[in-house]
Design a protein around this ligand. Structure first.
Ligand SMILES: C[S@@+](CC[C@H](N)C(=O)[O-])C[C@H]1O[C@@H](n2cnc3c(N)ncnc32)[C@H](O)[C@@H]1O
Length: 303
């Protein structure tokens, strides 16, 4: 893989895959693109699009870099790189797919691009915080593409998962992903606000959520790429805590006695601590980067 530094922009007449990736990265840097939807630098972003356009496998990257694609394929890759620049659209929307917790998901502009650090927690089956063998019911609030709900269903094969979203459009995407992963019998999609679509008797061993948590001020400063994502998926009022407050308020009634609540709040973590100084938030640490995810045990929550 080439380094992100000093990428040349001149493209040979019959470029290799590596030439295309370097060219794309140079153009991305020149255009001042923003990253953060699955990659964090120009080379990786360019490689994702070039490999996608050429149907190449990242597992075979070394051999792929030396190939010289046919002229038509080069044209297709260049077209995708150009679209990334001109429309400032996240690469995942151009590819209409994204990987999360080792699984592939369909995505489009009805849902945010999956990128939550939740993937790492799910792959570790939330240990040591929960006993995976005891988890029978899971609730995902704000499911979007369904990535967290579906990855949980895969990680906990004995569990049933309810996945709520206020956006009917997002749930259409989630439906496609549930079907794609053959989980229609264990993942139930429900439309409504936070806990509203649940029955009175529904209780969960694990409630997970990556809700909207961006404040109005932060929204105004987001790069163009984020404006392709649904506003309802990011914006959460003046302090970014509108939805998190409702999740906290109803959690004790929705958790089993030994259950846990795990919620991503990103940069709103300090505002949350100030708003709820009495709650014993456990802030989780991640090996793969990311943060701003808290855990609370059922016993510490009150309605
Ligand atoms: C940050 S996105 C997370 C999507 C997905 N869980 C992920 O991690 O990629 C937040 C999601 O919450 C949904 N949402 C926003 N307000 C909601 C509410 N009041 N009740 C339920 N879902 C809500 C949005 O439609 C969006 O799909």
């Amino acid at each position: 893989m080439p380094s992100a530094r000093s990428v040349p922009s001149l493209l040979p007449s019959s470029p290799t895959v590596e030439d295309l990736v370097r060219h794309g990265a140079a153009e991305f840097e020149r255009a001042g693109l923003a990253y953060g939807h699955g990659t964090d630098n120009a080379i990786d972003e360019s490689a994702a699009l070039v490999f996608h356009a050429l149907g190449l496998d990242h597992a075979d990257a070394e051999a792929a870099y030396a190939r010289r694609p046919a002229a038509g394929d080069v044209g297709r890759a260049l077209g995708l790189l150009r679209e990334r620049i001109e429309r400032r659209v996240p690469a995942a929307y151009l590819m209409r797919r994204m990987w999360f917790a080792g699984l592939e998901f369909e995505v489009d502009e009805r849902v945010i691009v999956p990128r939550s650090p939740f993937a790492e927690l799910i792959e570790a089956r939330f240990e040591p915080w929960v006993d995976p063998a005891a988890v029978r019911r899971i609730l995902d609030v704000g499911t979007g593409s369904g990535c967290i709900a579906i990855a949980c269903a895969v990680a906990f094969p004995e569990a049933r998962v309810d996945a709520v979203d206020v956006s009917p459009a997002a749930l259409e995407v989630a439906r496609r992903n549930v079907d794609r992963h053959g989980l229609g019998r264990r993942v139930r999609l429900l439309q409504g606000d936070v806990y509203a679509p649940l029955a009175d008797v529904d209780r969960y061993d694990l409630i997970v959520s990556n809700p909207p948590y961006v404040s109005d001020e932060e929204m105004a400063a987001l790069p163009e790429e984020y404006r392709h994502e649904p506003d309802v998926a990011l914006r959460a009022g003046g302090d970014g805590l509108d939805v998190v407050r409702r999740i906290l308020a109803g959690a004790s009634r929705r958790l089993t006695p030994g259950g846990v609540l795990v919620v991503e709040v990103g940069n709103s973590d300090e505002r949350l601590e100030r708003a709820f100084p009495h709650l014993p938030f456990v802030w989780l640490e991640f090996e793969n980067g990311g943060g701003g995810v808290f855990l609370l045990e059922a016993g510490t929550l009150q309605e």
